[in-house]
Design a protein around this ligand. Structure first.
Ligand code: UDP
Length: 330
């Protein structure tokens, strides 16, 4: 058996894809997940411990039992809209339970952590593409909660020798190219799966939130990054920390922006059928353009995203959703 790493939220979308990659690299991912939003079927590459991050003693016990050498911390709530209407939920899990994870690491003597962070920590960016030196001024509780944890890492690094990488994801998308994993949120709020559902006739239409943005076609622009490219970055971040590399935040995107209408066109091409749409007002808290400058992550980690074409990303997501729809007979 190879060395173990603790993966909080390993039953979730990005966590489960990362577990697969960890195993391919000879590490044993030990998933800690309460399965509130994750799925037990997605935990295939290492043990699953079902439990809450609020349970400090469980955290310590699991770290000791599996002698984990590092932590990948995914477990968090991640819906911007929900964070605005229910910020307590976000502060409680993302911040308080997140701090529990750090406390347990300090108690057990685990030094290295890779944190799932987000471009939402920047708020409305001053420039595009976005570099890591932009001010972090979140405009919603989700981004704020992740920033709190990043700030804690900074201070805990100095005081307790915690070594960390905060990976600031742009828009995670796509599915395992081998078809073993994919995105399965309930409720689903993300553009690509919702557009695919509409194309497959599983929903009456896709809502376009905002057609009056200051962009060429009036719809918001995002940087869609494939989930297996994100998974790879986590493994590289662990190696970086093991080598004694510097603690820091890194942006993970392709560096290419696509509007909502471009995404819809790409889904229509991949699905070979139209996506019925309904134009609606803007969704509160949505910036008009978010595109990463991924050059620091490339330089520091040697990371090179493999999926640069939006259609290729969508193709993997489409196969996953189509297979799921066929299996469930919908
Ligand atoms: N969006 C949309 N209709 C939907 C869901 C999303 O027009 O049903 C837009 C949303 O306003 C944003 C972009 O698609 O501009 C990406 O949204 P998503 O929820 O996928 O990711 P987020 O950027 O919120 O993390």
């Amino acid at each position: 058996m190879g060395p173990s790493v603790l993966v909080t939220g390993g039953a979730g979308y990005i966590g489960s894809h990362t577990c697969k990659r960890l195993r391919e690299c000879g590490l044993i991912p030990v998933t800690l997940d309460n399965l509130e939003r994750g799925h037990s079927w997605a935990v295939k590459w290492g043990p699953l411990v079902r439990g809450d991050l609020e349970d400090y003693h469980l955290l310590v016990e699991v770290m000791r039992r599996y002698q984990v050498r590092a932590v990948l911390h995914f477990a968090a709530y991640a819906y911007v809209g929900e964070s605005v209407s229910d910020p307590r939920r976000y502060m409680r899990l993302n911040v308080i339970a997140g701090l529990n994870v750090l406390d347990a690491m300090i108690e057990v003597g685990v030094k290295d952590i890779v944190l799932s962070s987000t471009c939402a920590t920047y708020g409305i960016p001053e420039k595009i593409p976005m570099t890591e030196d932009l001010p972090q001024r979140p405009v919603n509780p989700y981004g704020e909660s992740k920033l709190y944890l990043e700030r804690a890492l900074e201070w805990y690094g100095r005081a307790y020798g915690i070594r960390w990488i905060a990976l600031r994801y742009f828009n995670a998308a796509g599915a395992d190219p081998e078809g073993e994993l994919g995105e399965d949120h309930d409720p689903e709020t993300h553009l690509i799966p919702l557009a695919i559902r509409a194309a497959l006739g599983l929903s009456p239409h896709l809502s376009i939130f905002g057609t009056d943005y200051p962009t060429p076609d009036g719809t918001a622009i995002r940087d869609y990054i494939h989930v297996t490219d994100l998974a790879e970055a986590h493994v590289l971040a662990l190696h970086h920390l093991e080598r004694g590399g510097k603690s820091m935040g890194l942006n993970l995107g392709t560096g290419r922006g696509h509007s909502v209408r471009e995404v819809i066109r790409a889904v229509e091409e991949v699905a070979s059928c139209p996506v019925p749409v309904k134009e609606e007002g803007r969704r509160p808290g949505d910036p008009s353009v978010l595109v990463a400058d991924p050059s620091l992550a490339k330089r520091v980690l040697g990371w090179e995203p493999r999926f640069l074409e939006l259609r290729e990303i969508i193709r993997t997501a489409f196969s996953w959703h189509k297979k799921r729809a066929e299996l469930s007979g919908k």
